[in-house]
Design a protein around this ligand. Structure first.
Ligand code: DX5
Ligand code: ZN
Length: 220
């Protein structure tokens, strides 16, 4: 079944506790936590101190690091309670393999992400070192954007590449995912869906999560 990861970026920050409770009550699998540094992406969001509080809630936290030099921050995010830590291939550069190793050494699941215009072939070298591959379906940096259609082919390509290599990391998709677009990426091979605005705008978050979980998987 498809896993669902509501993104805290779209929550009401003045009521963060009850917003996270809403995520838990919806039956979502993980809470997606977007970290932005104002350099890798233009905006700045939240860091380790807020994560220390958020991770006390009974749900796994999926930390998406949209930051330059992510290797410097692995230890602190792991200690703040992250379950998954994903770094960007574009930001980690030549140190990517070591950074992924470090994530696992700190007891977390390791993810790598690519922006819409980064070729997925760049992931081949680390495909055996990751627990998750995160395909961005919008330019990272803010919520509420429309899914960029060509990125669906990238999901297919990653899915195929994983099968060829005999590995099965979680394939997560992030950006513009909602009721209308979810099936496009699940049919392409995505098995974890981040949903920010679509989740927090949903009239019935539980029904929304249930519907996403039932989206069709790739035809064999
Ligand atoms: C965007 C973030 C996303 C964002 C998705 O850079 O990585 O996780 O919260 O928001 P929606 O689902 O609104 O596109
Ligand atoms: Zn994200």
């Amino acid at each position: 079944m498809i896993k669902v990861a509501p993104s805290m970026l779209a929550a009401d920050y003045l009521n963060l506790g009850s917003e996270i409770d809403k995520v838990i009550a919806s039956g979502a699998d993980v809470l997606h936590y977007d970290v932005m540094d104002g350099t890798f992406v233009q905006n700045i969001s939240f860091g380790q101190e807020i994560l220390k509080k958020v991770s006390k809630k009974p749900i796994d936290v999926d930390v998406h690091l949209m930051i330059q030099n992510p290797e410097k921050q692995i230890k602190s995010f792991a200690e703040a309670g992250a379950k998954y830590i994903t770094v960007h291939q574009e930001a980690a550069g030549f140190g990517l393999k070591d950074t992924l190793k470090k994530i696992r050494e700190y007891g977390c699941l390791a993810g790598v992400s690519v922006k819409p215009y980064t070729m997925v072939s760049s992931l081949k070298e680390v495909i055996h070192d990751v627990d998750m591959i995160l395909i961005m379906t919008v330019e990272p940096g803010k919520g509420g954007q429309k899914l960029i259609p060509f990125t669906v082919d990238k999901v297919k390509e990653v899915y195929r590449m994983c099968r060829e290599e005999g590995v099965s990391p979680i394939i997560e998709v992030d950006g513009g995912v909602g009721m209308e677009t979810a099936h496009l990426v699940t049919e392409a091979g995505a098995d974890m869906l981040v949903a920010g605005s679509a989740f927090f705008k949903a009239e019935d978050p539980k029904a929304f999560v249930e519907a996403l979980k039932k989206m069709p998987t790739p035809a064999e």
